[in-house]
Each structure stands twice: as C-alpha cells, then as structure tokens.
Design a protein around this ligand. Sequence first.
Ligand SMILES: *Cc1c(COP(=O)(O)O)cnc(C)c1O
Length: 379
Amino acid sequence: MKVPLLDLKAQYTAIRDEILKVTEEVYESQQFILGSRVEDLEKQIAAYCATSYSLGVSSGTDALLIALMAAGIGYGDAVITSPYTFFASAGSIARTGARPVFVDIDPDTYNLSPGEVERTLASLPAEDRGRIKAIMPVHLYGQCADMEPIISIAEDRNLLIIEDAAQAIGAEYKGRRAGSFGEFGCFSFFPSKNLGAFGDGGIVTTGSEALYEKLKVLRAHGSKPKYYHKLIGGNFRLDALQAAIVSVKLTYLDQWSTSRKKNAQTYRRLFAAAGLDRIKIPVERESRHIYNQFVIHVPENRDGLRRHLQENQIGTEVYYPVPLHLQECFADLGYRKGDFPLSEAAAEHTLALPIYPELTDDQLSYVVDKIREFYSGGK
Ligand SMILES: *Cc1c(COP(=O)(O)O)cnc(C)c1O
C-alpha cells in the first residue's frame, strides 16, 4: 500500500471544476495582480480569523517580513521567537536587521514556552531586555501556542505580538482564532499548507486600521500616492489567480480540518491498540488543533524508522532536523549546542506522519502497523 505524506492531487480532483471556473474568470479579466479577487479573499479571511482586517501578500515569509516592517522593527531591535520552527520565523526577523532571541519550547506542544520567555526576559541585562520589541509565537503543526500568558507578558513589558500562524489557519485557543491574538497574524498559502494556493501566497491579519493602512502601503513599495514614497516597502503583492483559488478552497477548509482531526483520532486509537506507548503522539492542549502535521516523538532511532517506512512506501518528514539556533547563518548570534535542550531533542526524535484529509482508515492502520513492526522487529 502507498501512503504519501501529502496527496494534493486527491484534493484537486474533488474541486477541479470550481477551480477551473474561477481561474478561467481571471484569465478572461486579465486582472492578475491585486484587484477585486484579492479584496474578496481579504474580507473572507478576516471574517474566518475573526479579525477586522487582512491583507493578501506574496508568501507566508513575506507576511512575517511585512508585519515586522509595519511594526517598525529594525536595526538595534530584538524579537523573541522559537528555535524549533521553519526558518522563515527567525529569518524574517534577521532580514529586518533585528536580532532573533530564541526561547525554548514546551515539550508537549513544541510551541514557545511562556515560562521560558519570562525566564529569558528576567535574565537579560536591562540594555538587552530594552531592545526586545516583540514576541513571535509560532502555532506549530496547527495548534496555537499558549497565548494567555504570552499576551500577559507582552502587556506587562509593552511588547508587540506577531503570530506566525502559517501552519494554523482556523486553529483556536480558548475559543479565539489563530491570527486574532496579536497586532499581526501571519499566514501562508504555500501549496502544502492546510489552505494552499497553486503557487506562493500569504496573508496578514490585524485588528488595527492604522496598521492595516501601513501594511497596505508597504505592500506596494511604500508608495502613497503612487510614485511618492514615505516608507521603504517592497513588492509583497498577491496574485488574483492565487486569491481566486484560495477563495474556493476556503469554503472547504472546515470540512478538511474535521477530516484531519478524525484521522488524528484514528491514529490515537491505533497507537493505543498497538501498545506503542513509548511513542508520544500529539498532545491536544487546545480545543481546535487543525493538524497541519501529525508529529510523533519516538524514543530512539527516528531515522531508522523513517527509512523503514519509506521502504514500505509511507511518506514522512522531519520538521525540523536542525533547530534555528544551530543554523550556520545564525552562528554570529553566539548560541551553542545545549542552549535549548527541548528544541534539540525534538529535532532529533520527531517524525511527521501522513494526516491529509483524504487518507483512508486502511492507510492509517497500515502506517501504524509498519511502525509497530519496526519497534517489535528489533530493526
Ligand atoms: C510555511 C511556513 C512559513 C513560510 O511560509 P511561505 O509561504 O512558505 O513563505 C513561515 N512559518 C512557518 C511556521 C511555516 O510553516
């Protein structure tokens, strides 16, 4: 049996007619960049995320970058984030000229630990602490970070919150949606995300009209009116084609999220039945985990397990093999191995299993069976 990590073709097949219809409308209109389809999507996403505004941009990475720029973050500033995330979280901070300050994760959710944020802030010399302007929590794998204490730290210390919600559209924390907690929520429409375009795309949510206006100006080289530049922005525009496709897919998102959750429950049952209790399966801390990924934590030989699954035609991925504080490009930040032991352990022991909505129960059983085989076969 074949179980790919993700099967976008299955999703496309189910919605092909609708996609072809809207893309053809875009071709006929010959309106390719921004315009009414992007504006429609912005309204739909703002409503979906329960925020007042949203602005379509060129990628999830650019969503983070433009949010940092709109927050006025740059040289001499610092931003707290997790070292256990996709590169873009810290990469975008560094690209503004600011310094990423890493803080270790909660070992159950792999999200930024609020207790560690507090400890880090308390241990920094006053001058360094004063440089910190924002916290960027990442809602990893589709589950929100523990936002209540993070918001309270941010309020106490007058810090902005920029949510990296690239993996978490529709996720909820205490009844509130990802992207509605901070000054900015940053989402990605990369094709493999839960709500994916047919190319690059992203969106920023905000509750502030002033910040929305600033984002809008920054999206088009900081010009307002055209050819008059008060700010230095960039080309962060979203295509009409991507917006039209994402709008169609958005109408299916809740249905897909429900199927992902159902698959996660099936995995839970199957892992329990197989007696695989040394493997840690995702801890559902929040009411609405959208399972962008289903990530297990294995006691030993993760890479051997991955090979075994591959030999049996099961796709997996390691998100992420090298925590960001140990990336070569961040060597000048001065971090060392051992600085964030929980992130380092996660990088060594975790493996993402297929969880996409169209999976069948037979496929899920097959995956768990092959994992059981690996750990009982003495491989
Ligand atoms: C995917 C992702 C991004 C970047 O999104 P792109 O659209 O690929 O630029 C940023 N942060 C996290 C956590 C992501 O998973």
